[in-house]
Design a binder for this molecule. Structure first.
Ligand code: 4NP
Length: 159
């Protein structure tokens, strides 16, 4: 079983998109029973106000035929560090904020999603910058490469 937690600032755009995109990819490959996939925010704001997936993020998931279920933003907790094998951030700033929550990463679980690709970089926040097509394509690329990494039996944490 591989347990993956996607993390962004608000948990209403990028990390829920990543959660449902990876769920869709693993389902299409018949691997859904091998994965637990969740998402969380470094900010507590959207949990406080009980916010779900941002409308434009929902629109792009619908447009790309990625199924999603009811989602409510949740603030990442320190205990998540023990619950998950991979804690995948969208950008470097998320990692700074994640470290404040988990107070250290002795098992090297925290990485940016695009660090698994040939083009390691941040996935910029569409909530501020507004390009949900680019966000979708970055996340899909990252999820495909992450899955390749996990399925590679030479890596430490495999199925
Ligand atoms: P996300 O985008 O981190 O991709 O979910 C944001 C959504 C909401 C806020 C910031 C970023 N916000 O400040 O409420």
């Amino acid at each position: 079983m591989v347990k993956v937690l996607f993390v962004c600032l608000g948990n209403i755009c990028r990390s829920p998109m990543a959660e449902f995109i990876l769920k869709d990819i693993v389902k299409k490959r018949g691997l859904e029973n091998e994965f637990i996939i969740d998402s969380a925010a470094t900010s507590g704001y959207n949990e406080k106000f009980q916010l779900g997936i941002y409308p434009e993020a929902k629109d792009i998931l619908k447009k790309m035929n990625v199924p999603f279920t009811e989602h409510m933003s949740r603030h990442m907790k320190k205990e998540d560090y023990d619950q998950f094998d991979y804690i995948l951030a969208m950008e470097e700033e998320n990692i700074t904020n994640i470290m404040k929550i988990i107070e250290g990463d002795p098992k090297h679980k925290v990485m940016r999603l695009l660090d698994f690709t040939e083009s390691p970089r941040d996935i910029i926040d569409p909530w501020y910058y507004g390009n949900f097509d680019a966000t979708y394509s970055d996340i899909t690329y990252g999820c495909e490469k992450f899955l390749e990494y996990v399925m590679d039996s030479s890596n430490e944490k495999t199925l």
